[in-house]
Ligand binder design. Structure first.
Ligand code: G3H
Ligand code: 13P
Ligand code: ZN
Length: 284
C-alpha cells in the first residue's frame, strides 16, 4: 500500500488514545527490522530518515527501500523526514515521495522558527505531505547547564499555541526534559508542562528522545496525550551489542549476512516491544 501521512496516522492515534512509534533507519537491515516488527505486531509505524541518514545512504536508496516495504506489507506506514533543518532537505524528501516532513527550527529565535516552518508547511502541503516542527530545544544529556537554563529551553505552553496557530503544522514536537541519546540517570519529564501544552494545543504532540525513558513514564506521556514517540538510540544499541557479541563468539565468520542476522533480530525485538508499550500494536 502507498505511504500514509503522519497526520492520518496520528489522527487515528489521538482518537484511539495511543501513540505511533517513529523509528530511525539508515540502511536495509534497520528498515527490515522495523518493518518486520510492525508486521509481527500489526502496528502502524513511521519510518524516520534524518539528514544524516540521507547523507549516509542516499535519500533515493532509502526511499526506494521504504517503497518496497510499503508495497509488500499491509500495515499503514509513513516515510518521514526527521529533524530536517533546511528547505533543501525538505524538498529532497518531498521529491522522493516522503509523506511527512519535520522542519526543526528549534535552535532559531521564535519568529525565525515560525518563518522557516511556514515555508516548509507550504511546500509539504503542495506535495500532499504532513508536517512536524519543534518548539523549545532538546538539551543534550552532556550539556552542562543550570536548572534555570534547562527550564528556559523547554516548550512554553502559551508560545506553543501561537506557534501552531501561525505555522499551520500538523504535529508539534515538545521539549519537556526529554533529550536525545542515553539519559544520565532517570530522566525528569515535566508532565505538568505537557498537560498545559495539551490543553492549549489541539494537534498531535511528539516526544523525541524516548530511548531510556522508563515504561511507566512513557505510559503517563501517552495518557496525557503524546501521539508520536521517536526511538533511535535503543535500536542502535541493540544493533551494536548483537554485532559485538556475534563477532566475539564467531571470530572466523566473515559473511555479513551471518554477522547481521542477530542484529536484525535484536532490533526487531526492541521495536516490537516499543510498539506494544506505545499501544500502537494491534492497531493496523
Ligand atoms: O534525533 C536524531 C536521530 O537519532 C537521528 O540521528 O542525526 O545521527 O541520524 P542522526
Ligand atoms: P533517541 O535516540 O534518544 O531515541 O531519540 C530519537 C529521536 O528523537 C529521533 O528524532
Ligand atoms: Zn529527535
Amino acid at each position: 500500500m502507498a505511504f500514509v501521512t503522519n497526520a492520518e496516522l496520528l489522527a487515528r492515534a489521538m482518537a484511539g488514545g495511543y501513540a505511533v512509534g517513529a523509528f530511525n533507519t539508515n540502511n536495509l537491515e534497520i528498515t527490515l527490522s522495523i518493518v518486520e516488527a510492525a508486521v509481527q505486531e500489526r502496528s502502524p509505524f513511521i519510518l524516520a530518515v534524518s539528514p544524516g541518514a540521507m547523507k549516509y545512504a542516499g535519500v533515493a536508496y532509502l526511499a526506494a527501500i521504504a517503497r518496497v516495504a510499503s508495497d509488500s506489507t499491509d500495515v499503514p506506514m509513513s516515510l518521514h523526514l526527521d529533524h530536517g533543518t533546511s528547505l533543501e532537505e525538505v524538498k529532497a524528501a518531498l521529491d522522493h515521495g516522503f509523506s511527512s516532513v519535520m522542519i526543526d527550527g528549534s535552535k532559531l529565535p521564535f519568529e525565525e522558527n515560525i518563518s522557516l516552518t511556514r515555508q516548509a508547511v507550504e511546500m509539504a502541503r503542495a506535495a500532499g505531505a504532513s508536517t512536524e516542527a519543534e518548539l523549545g530545544r532538546l538539551v543534550g544529556v552532556e550539556d552542562q547547564i543550570s536548572v534555570s537554563e534547562r527550564e528556559a529551553s523547554m516548550t512554553d505552553p502559551a508560545q506553543a499555541a501561537e506557534f501552531v496557530e501561525r505555522t499551520g503544522i500538523d504535529a508539534l514536537a515538545v521539549s519537556i526534559g526529554n533529550a536525545h541519546g542515553w539519559y544520565k540517570g532517570e530522566p525528569k519529564l515535566d508532565f505538568e508542562r505537557l498537560r498545559e501544552i495539551r490543553t492549549r494545543v489541539s494537534i498531535p504532540l511528539v516526544l523525541h528522545g524516548a530511548s531510556g525513558i522508563p515504561d511507566d513514564m512513557i505510559r503517563e506521556a501517552c495518557a496525557i496525550g503524546v501521539d508520536k514517540i521517536n526511538i533511535d538510540t535503543e535500536v542502535r544499541d541493540a544493533f551494536r551489542q548483537a554485532v559485538a557479541r556475534f563477532v566475539s563468539e564467531n571470530p572466523e565468520q566473515i559473511d555479513p549476512r551471518k554477522i547481521l542476522a542477530p542484529a536484525r533480530e535484536a532490533m526487531r525485538e526492541v521495536v516490537a516491544r516499543k510498539m506494544r508499550l506505545f499501544g500502537c500494536a494491534g492497531r493496523a
